[in-house]
Design a protein around this ligand. Structure first.
Ligand code: BGC
Length: 446
């Protein structure tokens, strides 16, 4: 590379670093904006945070029984049988996982719930579970749902690439119950509906009472926390005392400093103008943001010179897994037909991945900081944050950047905030919620 090209490359990379940077001041502004949007959302005003009451509080650890759980939120459906012993322990008695075909995710024929009911039937078969008795099922549905009770709620709008017809605006519990009846599995009763963040928080706090936040950092992103019922002004009928977990739907947060790549991604997305925070943070989009940067750099002759753009021209061709490989020191070049990649290009790709993923981790860290500071302004207590999702679990360095921003914001007090992996908690959490719902239904006395 000659000197001029090297200068242009340096110049471009420092420009990139600055348009993706999250400074301490940016993080403080995010916290202020989060608090404002949380306040408006809880009061029922216009807000990019939906702040949805979940109709459950944190569990007591004494919930008991055997429940089925259905987890729908990404490219797979999981069906689980969970046993709760009443002493804070939950055991998985059986699990089956099914991939959701693309035509079911985006079909217009209303077949999604029939497909789900078929998966549940297969689960019974695969695990040799008898069908002579009635079962309570808890449904983890990881999309924005306006809940009206512990076991009902309407889908506000699809996210994460789902577009299946006939579901938006409908009660997803009613859709599931009807499909179960149609498929001859009416002996299954849908007892509870929960967002995955709520399931994650409930599962972790079943055994750990200091857990007061559930976060997902995976294909999509979102968080929930227990709010004083008296603060949920938009729902005066909930009562005057106690707490209820609120699903924030923080993927929709929109008071953000966006750049040209965020705009390009949003405009070409299936849900333009929506889920802006999710599009800057979650696993579904980090590869795509990086691809947009790569395409621009190739067009400017700053990357992979002499190579055709075509390998990178398809939307979403680059995934977060590819980025993760780069961060681990391997590469994705062969998958894109690239051979003999120069050292300079290799380093440039590493830089792009680092810049894009660091912003995501810092934004996630700042958002967690906002919620913790909302609950405990001076960070005087311990807070365990239950986090699930592949970005948090697997992306090299991600957790470190989240901790850095918490440390920048709160100094030594940030040690009171523990970020803990809560793997696959959402299904178990839903079962616990199912136990709460069944207990209330059966008269609260057993
Ligand atoms: C959905 C949330 C969900 C999150 C994580 C988002 O796209 O809107 O309801 O909790 O993904 O799965």
């Amino acid at each position: 590379m000659n000197k001029d090209s090297a200068n242009m490359l340096d110049h471009f990379l420092s420009h990139l670093e600055s348009v993706f940077s999250i400074s301490l001041r940016d993080a403080q502004e995010i916290i202020r904006n989060f608090h404002q949007e949380m306040r408006y959302g809880l009061a029922g005003g216009k807000s990019s945070l939906k702040m949805i009451p979940s109709f459950v509080g944190r569990p007591k650890g004494a919930e008991k029984g055997k429940f089925l759980a259905l987890d729908l939120g990404g490219t797979n459906i999981r069906v689980l049988a969970v046993e709760l012993d009443g002493n804070g322990n939950a055991a998985l008695a059986a699990v089956s996982k099914f991939a959701i075909p693309q035509d079911v995710m985006s079909g217009t024929d209303g077949k999604l719930f029939d497909f789900i009911a078929d998966c549940i039937k297969l689960f019974f078969k695969e695990n040799n579970i008898g069908t002579q008795q009635a079962y309570d099922l808890a449904f983890t549905f990881s999309f924005p749902v306006e809940q009206s009770s512990i076991a009902s709620g309407k889908l506000i709008g699809w996210t994460k690439g789902f577009t299946a017809g006939g579901v938006e605006g409908e009660d997803v519990v009613a859709l599931l119950s009807e499909a179960l009846r149609r498929k001859g599995t009416g002996f299954i009763h849908v007892a509870a509906l929960a967002n995955d963040t709520v399931g994650t928080l409930v599962a972790k706090s079943y055994a750990d009472p200091s857990c007061d936040m559930g976060v997902i950092l995976g294909t999509g992103t979102n968080a929930c926390y227990p709010e004083k019922i008296a603060h949920i002004l938009k729902c005066p009928g909930l009562g005057a005392s106690g707490e209820m977990i609120v699903n924030m739907e923080w993927g929709g947060f929109s008071q953000l400093k966006t750049n040209i790549y965020d705009h390009l991604l949003d405009r070409a997305s299936l849900n333009p103008g929506k889920q802006l925070f999710e599009k800057m943070v979650s696993g579904m989009y980090l590869g795509e943001i990086s691809r947009l940067v790569i395409v621009e750099m190739m067009e400017r002759g700053l990357l992979f010179r002499g190579t055709s753009l075509s390998a990178f021209s398809k939307g979403y061709a680059l995934t977060t897994e590819h980025l993760s490989m780069t961060a681990q020191g391997t590469d994705f070049f062969a998958a894109f037909g690239l051979r003999d990649v120069t050292t300079a290009d290799r380093q440039t790709i590493q830089e792009i991945c680092r810049i894009v993923s660091t912003r995501s981790a810092k934004l996630a860290g700042a958002a967690i900081a906002a919620v913790v500071a909302w609950m405990d302004e001076k960070i005087e207590s311990d807070h365990t944050i239950a986090i699930d999702g592949s970005l948090f679990e697997k992306y090299p360095g991600f957790q470190g950047y989240m901790k850095d921003i918490l440390n920048d914001l709160f100094g030594a007090r940030s040690a009171r905030i523990k970020l803990e992996l809560a793997k696959d908690g959402s299904g178990i959490g839903a079962a616990i919620i199912g136990a709460v719902a069944a207990f209330a239904r059966d008269g609260g006395g057993g």
